[in-house]
Design a protein around this ligand. Structure first.
Ligand SMILES: *Cc1c(COP(=O)(O)O)cnc(C)c1O
Length: 222
């Protein structure tokens, strides 16, 4: 199957409310260009350097999403163009994103990463930690960021009931938070959950943004 066919098949299966982020990490420029030629405009990367390199080479109407675990000292390299940062997991990181966005007179949209998987290895914040960030008075002073929603990764398991349960818990938390927080720079609209192996379950549980790599570009060699 070609990248174009994979994208078409995926899009046919999605409804209009679900945004597709094509995860192009480790894949060459030519693969991204192929997806672009097929109409895809949103791409996700997990390493800042790689994303910057691709941004410089490829058409400027691409929206670049950072989906990987963030190192604070790298934020400055992408602050002039990054469209959405998915994996924010501390207030300190929000402050750094704000500082760098301000230098470019931009607002950077961020998603807070919620820990839903039972695995120890997954990053993310507990619901309580999210609440304390959203309640932090200092957040109001961060005028160059918007918290646009949440992101979560389910456990890596064949157990679909478990995965479904994890996504459902995030959806419930997202809905509650939407009601509880609605201030100047908190606009909870995006729920980013679902990858190649579990996006169907994620959508059933209310995801409106999926991050799909291998189902579009083929397997990665790592
Ligand atoms: C790599 C990655 C994806 C895409 O994974 P696939 O299984 O290839 O679809 C999605 N989200 C994050 C955070 C990733 O690192």
């Amino acid at each position: 199957m070609s990248i174009k066919n994979n994208l078409q098949e995926l899009k046919n299966a999605l409804n209009k409310e679900v945004t597709l982020v094509a995860v192009s990490k480790t894949k060459p420029i030519s693969a991204v260009q192929e997806a672009y030629n097929a109409g895809q405009r949103i791409f996700g990367e997990n390493k800042v350097q790689e994303m910057v390199g691709k941004y410089e080479e490829l058409p400027k109407d691409i929206k670049w999403h950072m989906i990987g675990h963030l190192q604070r000292n790298k934020i400055k390299y992408m602050a002039h163009f990054v469209d959405l940062i998915h994996g924010v997991d501390s207030f300190k990181t929000l402050k750094e994103i704000n500082k760098q966005a301000k230098k470019h007179d931009r607002i950077i949209h961020c998603l807070l990463q919620v820990k839903i998987a039972t695995e120890e290895t997954k990053f993310g914040l507990t619901n309580q930690e999210i609440n304390s960030i959203l309640n932090n008075e200092e957040l109001k002073t961060l005028e160059n960021i918007t918290i646009s929603g949440f992101m979560g990764m389910a456990s890596f398991t064949e157990d679909k009931t478990q995965v479904s349960k994890e996504f459902n818990s995030l959806k419930t938390f997202f809905e509650t938070s939407k009601n509880d927080f609605n201030t100047k720079n908190i606009e909870l609209k995006i729920l980013s959950m679902g990858m190649s192996g579990d996006y169907k379950i994620a959508i059933k549980n209310g995801s409106n943004m999926i991050r799909v790599g291998s189902a579009i570009f083929g397997n990665r060699n790592y």
